[in-house]
Design a protein. Sequence first.
Length: 169
Amino acid sequence: MKIKLIKGDITKIKADAIVNAANSSLLGGGGVDGAIHREGGKQILDECIEIRNRQGKCKTGEAVVTFGGNLPAKYVIHTVGPVWNDNEEKGSKLLANCYKNSLKLAESLNIKTIAFPNISTGVYRFPKELAGKIAVDEVKNFKSDIIEKVIFVCFDDENEKIYKKLLEE
Ligand code: AR6
């Protein structure tokens, strides 16, 4: 798998799938979640409501998929990151699960390109360095014959700097 770093808005990325840093309600929110629902339109929310009716809330670390609606991406994989609460071990495992489960779901859909935001590093206050390290480790350790390219989309300068450094190593 090739790994790429982009600074910008994930809603503009033309990948087979973009990942959303959602919350367990799946009903939208602020940050990247708000942007994805705003740009993608009502189809995404309607599908999220269907998923909720079928399986209930989405647990932390798990992932579900909808179509991308009006987005350039075909699919949106919604995953729920952990809220940082100083329990580094538990939080790290849950954040790693977000990346792992999103990649597994992507493989099951035969997805070749997938873009990730910096899950949990906004409202959920996960330390950015640690979150970046977990993200890069999980992607590097995920061996796939299906996924060809993973794009890390950093929205803020701090994350961009962190990812640049991590990917140079
Ligand atoms: N494109 C790419 N990255 C973005 C964008 C964008 N358009 N907008 C923000 N980011 P956050 P969380 C970055 O808060 O911490 C929501 O309300 C942002 O700079 O979106 O996982 C949900 O509904 C940060 O680095 O998600 C949940 O309730 C990263 O995306 C809660 O926030 C994640 O920030 C989830 O919190």
